[in-house]
Design a protein around this ligand. Structure first.
Ligand SMILES: [Zn+2]
Length: 100
């Protein structure tokens, strides 16, 4: 398993049966995988949900927890939409609105 982990560096795929990310050790799917999946799916929620439903079916026999917990972990986050990216907000300047 360790050799496999080295070969797949930066893929952010699940180590099994622990279902932790092979790169960052977080519970899988990790934040990096989620972001990449949204990008790869052109931000189409149905595609992301279908993909994650397949992963959930694979994980179910290997993970403890109720169906609700597994659903929240693997699919529930898809319903909330893409994870927000950090925004850089320019400072607002008052007093120079057009026509003022
Ligand atoms: Zn990861």
């Amino acid at each position: 398993m360790d050799e496999w982990r080295l070969e797949t560096s930066d893929l952010h795929l699940p180590l099994r049966p622990s279902w932790r990310c092979c790169d960052d050790g977080m519970d899988w799917p990790c934040a990096v995988y989620k972001r990449r999946l949204w990008l790869r799916s052109s931000f189409r929620q149905e595609r992301v949900a279908r993909w994650m439903t397949r992963w959930m079916r694979q994980a179910r026999p290997e993970l403890d927890g109720s169906a609700e917990v597994l659903f929240a972990r693997f699919v529930g986050w898809v319903l909330a939409g893409p994870l927000p990216l950090p925004l850089v907000v320019p400072p607002v300047r008052f007093g120079n609105e057009p026509g003022a």
